[in-house]
Ligand binder design. Structure first.
Ligand code: GEK
Length: 245
C-alpha cells in the first residue's frame, strides 16, 4: 500500500545545514523522500509482508521499530494470516508517530495495533514473532546497537524473526566508491539536484552511521541468532533475515 505525500524539497534551497532530524516538515514529505532516497524501498516493504506472513505466530506481538508512518506495519497487516496478532509501532519522533496513528486508524481494526512514542532502546518488548527494524538501526548510537540487538533476540519467541534493513558501508574502498557513485546516480535519476544530494549528505553525516554487512552479521551472531541471510541488496542498502531457532 502506497502512502501518498507532497514532494520532498527539504534540501532544494541553499541553507545552513544542521544535523538531520525527523521533524514535522520531514514527516510531511517522508513517503516521497524515502521512495526517492532508498533504492528498493517499496520492494523491501512489500516483501516484509511476505516474510511476516510466513513467520507470524498466533497470539504474538509484531513490532515495527522506528516505524515512521507505519508503512512496514501496513505491509505486514495486509499479508499476515495468523490470528490475534498485535502490531506495536514505536518511533521517537512525535511528528511521525502522530501521523502513523492516524494512518493506521484508517486502515487497521481498532485494538489490533498500538503506537508508542519512545526510544526503541528503552521500550520493553516481549512475545514477538516478527520484529521489523527497517532503516532505523543506522540512526542508533553505535555503542547501543549490540544491547538493542540482544533485547530484540530476547523478545522473540522460538521460531520468531528479525528483519533488519539498513544503509551499509563496504570495507573495500573501491567497492565503497563504486556503490556510492551508483547510489548518487539513483538519486539523480529520481529528480534530486546536486545541491539537494550534497546538503542531505552533510545533514546525515553525524546522524546516519552505517555498518558493513559483516558487522551486522557479527552483531546478530553475538546476540544469539544462529544464522542470518541477506535476502535483499541494492547498491548501499541491504535487508537481512535472522531467525531465532
Ligand atoms: C519505514 N521503518 O518506512 N527510537 C525510536 N525511533 C527512532 C530512533 C530511536 N532511538 N532513532 C530514529 N528513530 C520506516 C522508516 S526512518 C528511515 C524508518 C529513514 C526513527 C526516526 O524517527 C524515523 O522515523 C525512523 O527511525 C527512521 O520502513 O529515514 O532513512
Amino acid at each position: 500500500m502506497l502512502i501518498e505525500s507532497p514532494r520532498d524539497q527539504i534540501f532544494a534551497k541553499p541553507q545552513q545545514v544542521v544535523d538531520f532530524a525527523f521533524t514535522a516538515a520531514v514527516a510531511d514529505v517522508f513517503p516521497d523522500m524515502v521512495r526517492r532516497s532508498v533504492p528498493g524501498y517499496e520492494t523491501v516493504i512489500s516483501q516484509l509482508g511476505v516474510l511476516a506472513r510466513r513467520y507470524a505466530q498466533a497470539n504474538s506481538a509484531i513490532y515495527d521499530l522506528g516505524c515512521s508512518l507505519g508503512a512496514s506495519t501496513l505491509a505486514m497487516a495486509l499479508q499476515v494470516r495468523a490470528p490475534q496478532v498485535q502490531y506495536i509501532c514505536i518511533d521517537n519522533s512525535e511528528a511521525m508517530i502522530q501521523r502513523c496513528e492516524l494512518l493506521l486508524q484508517r486502515q487497521l481494526p481498532v485494538g489490533s495495533f498500538q503506537t508508542i512514542c519512545a526510544d526503541i532502546c528503552q521500550v520493553p518488548m516481549q512475545s514477538a514473532s516478527v520484529i521489523a527494524l527497517n532503516f532505523t538501526l543506522q540512526f542508533i548510537e553505535p555503542a547501543q546497537r549490540q544491547a538493542l540487538m540482544q533485547r530484540i533476540y530476547e523478545a522473540l519467541l522460538p521460531g520468531g524473526v528479525l528483519v533488519v534493513s539498513e544503509k551499509i558501508k563496504f570495507a573495500d574502498a573501491q567497492q565503497q566508491a563504486l556503490m556510492t557513485e551508483l547510489y548518487m546516480e539513483f538519486k539523480r535519476a529520481n529528480g534530486y539536484s546536486e545541491l539537494e544530494i550534497s546538503q542531505k549528505r552533510s545533514a546525515l553525516e553525524n546522524v546516519l552511521l552505517p555498518d558493513t554487512i559483516e558487522m551486522h552479521q557479527e552483531r546478530l551472531k553475538c546476540a544469539g541468532f544462529g544464522e542470518s541471510s541477506v535476502w535483499f541488496q541494492n547498491f548501499v542498502f541491504v535487508s537481512l533475515l535472522a531467525v531465532k531457532t
